[in-house]
Design a protein around this ligand. Structure first.
Ligand SMILES: [Zn+2]
Length: 173
């Protein structure tokens, strides 16, 4: 379009066009080409502005993606570390349990295993301040007296939940 306008202008300037009507047409065409060029420049400008805004937004989004990815990587690393800790804990607890189980008489271990299955994973409970820590019920005075009278190696059971009661220094006897 610019070339055409320049060519028209050259023709106009050369003086080759002499007819008033042709001159008028030529001038009209030059003016109309100039207007169209101005309109197109506006469009180009608008497109450039929109592209700039889009690039800015894309940059923002890329930044957010990066931040979310970093958070996800951090959470994954923490989860993996927690799983490793739990695995190690499970392994050491399993070994400890094997050692303890080996020292418990077979019939008592059998009773414990039976109760453990029946009582949601807890077969024995600590007697703490006259309270069974398995079912949280406090022993009445008769039960307390029975526990007091029992030999230290006697296997005691909670009258309420039937779990094995384990006596400690804090049993409140
Ligand atoms: Zn109990």
């Amino acid at each position: 379009m610019r070339q055409r306008a320049a060519r028209d202008q050259k023709r106009l300037d050369s003086g080759a066009v002499t007819s008033p009507k042709d001159l008028e047409n030529l001038q009209h065409e030059i003016a109309s080409l100039a207007k169209r060029q101005g309109d197109l420049e506006d469009v180009v400008l608008e497109i450039m502005e929109r592209r700039e805004a889009a690039q800015e937004r894309a940059g923002e989004l890329a930044g957010r993606v990066e931040s979310v990815q970093a958070k996800a990587a951090d959470a994954t690393a923490r989860r993996d570390a927690a799983v490793r800790d739990l695995d190690a804990e499970t392994e050491s607890a399993t070994k400890e349990r094997e050692v303890v189980a080996a020292s418990v008489p077979a019939d008592l271990l059998k009773l414990y295993e039976k109760l453990r299955v029946q009582q949601g994973g807890v077969g024995a409970a600590r007697l703490h301040q006259r309270r069974c820590e398995g079912c949280r019920l406090e022993l009445n005075i008769t039960e307390v007296n029975e526990v007091r009278a029992a030999a230290p190696d006697e296997v005691l059971r909670c009258e309420n939940c039937r779990r094995i009661l384990v006596r400690t220094a804090d049993s409140g006897l």
